[in-house]
Design a protein around this ligand. Structure first.
Ligand SMILES: [Zn+2]
Ligand SMILES: [Zn+2]
Length: 57
């Protein structure tokens, strides 16, 4: 399946999973790191780098 690169937002900063625009993901409003739902849950929805609560997107 071909997925346009523009749909990919980046990779989860914790596990490296690819995150696409249409996926559920979490973002740190402070450092703008993005996390997959699995890692967000494992870090108790806080950015592991600075402790800021993650925002669901
Ligand atoms: Zn992850
Ligand atoms: Zn952060």
């Amino acid at each position: 399946m071909y997925v346009p690169k523009t749909l990919m937002l980046g990779r989860c900063w914790r596990c490296g999973k690819r995150i696409y625009r249409y996926d559920d993901y979490y973002v740190c409003p402070k450092c703008h790191a993005i996390y997959c739902p699995t890692c967000a849950k494992k870090t108790f929805y806080k950015c592991p780098a600075d402790g800021t609560p993650l925002e669901a997107r």
